[in-house]
Structure formats: C-alpha cells, structure tokens
Design a protein around this ligand. Sequence first.
Ligand code: GLN
Length: 486
Amino acid sequence: MSSPSAAELAARVRRGEVTATSVLEEHLARVAAREPEVHAFCLVTEDLARAQAAEVDRRVAAGVDPGPLAGVPVALKDLLCTKGIPTTCCSRILAGWRPPYDATVVRRLAAAGAVMVGKTNMDEFAMGSSTEHSAFGPTRNPRDLSRVPGGSSGGSAAAVAAGFAPLALGSDTGGSVRQPAALCGVVGAKPTYGLVSRFGLVAFASSLDQVGPFAANVADAALALDVISGHDEADSTSLPGEPPKASAKLGLGVEGVRVGVIAELAEAEGIAPDVARRLREAADALASAGAKVEEISVPALRYALSAYYLIAPAEASSNLARYDGVRYGLREQRADMTETYIATRSAGFGPEVKRRVMLGTYALSAGYYDAYYGKAQKVRTLIIRGFEEAYRSCDVLLSPTSPTTAFALGAKTADPLSMYMSDICTIPSNLAGHPAVSVPFGTGDDGLPVGAQVLAPALGEAEMFQVAAALERLAPAPAPATGAER
Ligand code: GLN
C-alpha cells in the first residue's frame, strides 16, 4: 500500500513538513469519495477533527511537540464514549445519547496528538460478526462491496482498509477486532485483559471486553496500543504497574522463537481449505526464518465457543439491564413503569440483542445456573490451564483468525449459529484474558484477505508483535488495496 504509515505521518507533522490540517483534508476527501458505498461510519466528526488538527498545527508552530500520533486521523467504534458527541452502540435504544465524558482511550489518543474523524458502525452493542446487526444498516467490505467487513467492529476495520483513517479503535469480546481485521486485510489486536482502560467503553461482557487497535501495518498497531495502554484509576480491572511495550521487539526476527500451531484450530471442522493452506504457509515461512515450529494440542479449545456463548450472553443480560428508558436514550412512555420498561426495550433493542438477553437470563436463572453458567466457567478454567501447558514449550501460538474469508452480505443473518461459528479461533484468547493479533497473510481462493492469528500469554504483547511483524514481512504480496470495482 502506498499510503504513508501512521508513524510516518506523525513524524512528518512533528517535523513541520506537512500540516495536520492537510493530512486530515486528504483523509476526509477519501471519506467523501467512498463512504456512501462503504458506510464505515455512523457519524463523521469533521468539525471536531478540524479543530483538533488546527490545535496540533498551532503546537507545532509554537515549537511544542504534539505527541507520537501528531495529526494522525483515528476512527472510533461507536461504543467508546465521546464527550458531547452521540454514542449509540448502533442501537436505537441509545439514539440521541451524548456521554458527559470521554473514554480514557479517547483522552489518551487526543493527548498523543491524534485527530478523531468519526464514530464507526458496529453490530448493535458489539453482538455479531458481520456488522449487519447495526440499527443503522450494514458496512460493506471495502475490498469487495458484496461482502461483509466482519464484526462487530466492522466499521473500524473498513475505515482503515478504505484509507479513511490510518488507525482505528474497536472492542474485542470474542474476536470483534481480530476477525474484521482479517476479513478487511488489516492488522487488529486484542491486548491482555486489563492492559487497556475500559473507562468509557460501553460494557458488553465485562470479564471478556477489551479495547484494541486497527492499523494498516503491525508497527502502527503496536504504536497505537502503546499510546492507549497503561494503568487507569478509573477502571477497577486495569492492571497496575508499567505496561509491556508492544513495539519493543518489532525488528528482532524469529530466530529461535518457539511457535506452536494449534492443532484444534488449524484444520478444525469449519476451517475453509484455502484458509488452512495459508496457515500452513505462514507456519512454514516462520520456520524458514528460523523459528522452531511445532504442532501443539490444546484439547479444551473444542469447548471454547460453547462456553463463550453462555458466559457472554449471561454478562450481557446483566450489563444491558441499565437500558430501561429512565436514564439513557430512548423512552417509550406507558401508563406505569413496568409497561414503560417493556415498551422501551421492545422498541429499542434489535433481534440479536434480544436473543442474547434471553439466552443470558435463562442461563443465569435459578435451577439452571450450575448447569450452564457454572459449567462454562469450569471450561474456562480448563482453557486457561491448557494454554499454560502449551506455553511451557512455546513462546507464541499460531492459528487462523477467521475460518473463512469475508462472506457475502446476508449469507449468515438467518442462521445465528453459523454466524457464531465465525469466532471459533478468536474466542479462546478472550476466555483466557490473553493477547492475540491478526495479521494479513495472503488471500483465499476468492482473492480476499486471509488473517493469521498470533496468540501470546498474558502481557506477552512484545513477543506477539515481534512474530506478527515477521509474518508481515514474510507474507505473500498483499491483496490490491481497495476493490471498489467488484
Ligand atoms: N462475534 C462475537 C459475538 O457476537 C464477538 C463479539 C465481540 O467480540 N464483541 O459475541
């Protein structure tokens, strides 16, 4: 891709070679040209972006360093709170809600000199794998407009793939950063649980949710993660101490690095043959670059999807109880409170959110709790132990990110289970609280991007990005930038 990286753009702005304003206008021109067909955004915040870019330019002129992301346009998933700017989670129930504060990650980006170009489209409350569950209509994959961009952070992935912004943030509860990154041919990472503050991230499943970056290349994703990571007093699940530097080992190569190819995910049922083939190529490429590659079995991963689809809906049913028509957004007034709650939630939530709330409430109900939620938590422990075992002999693990390349719009909306299957490779890291990153590695038989996933133990971000950077260098020639013509 010919566009300069985020790091390069920031360097040029800091040196005064280009203005943040001109960088922004170039990106806004791309948005004007292709956003009508891609629909990556639910809101483009041009005025805010222009004001932020002007401020960066004032600083440079005054000899003040605006920071490591000086003038870099960034797109934000619409479940990150932005002060005074609508934040909808792409749900009718939050239509019109303007948060009274910024999420910590949004403040950190701004403090690093980034410019916020807009709020991106997503599956309602981050529940989905295709961005088709948005109340505001789907996003299309910029590389093939007949295909989905993945989800739930499909708008953020598409924004980076279409060149609307070199960086974007999403949230990843079961794969919602990595899977759309894979389908759109960009890099997407989920950090270690607790590494990035969730203050101001609208909650889906609190024991799984993490904020993660999208970028067109590995170094930019690591840079963005380094800007947003670190302890935050406002988030009780935020890890104490110095965060690992994600970009510390990018150039080191993989000589002697022990890579385990996860047997249960490499050739599992549902993994398309072209994706499995690319993964073998990725493993071979790492081996020829000096890595010690072996196949490794983590048997408990077979139950990860089932456990996730109990735990995530259970936590969601509790988190979403707050949308009652009293405190936020939509209110369908009726004669009494109960009727008002029912009418508001019936009108405000879409079908997938209702399905999750019902599944979760059922799984948590007295008499079923032990059989469903309790059992899922036990599986979670087995998965954590399985990974512990694997990391005794491996530094990182490798798997596909998504079982298939981008599928057609409408292909899975009628069959929730087939949609859920999109997450088989990404969910295990969320259940374990571990980091994982998706890197483009060639294309499938349809010419669309395939993502390779590098998994690491908790706080293994530096080694994870080290291997991801090697894979990026070893990858077959990238797919043509934007397939608008198809
Ligand atoms: N697709 C998964 C789900 O629907 C994961 C979503 C996410 O990571 N937010 O739950």
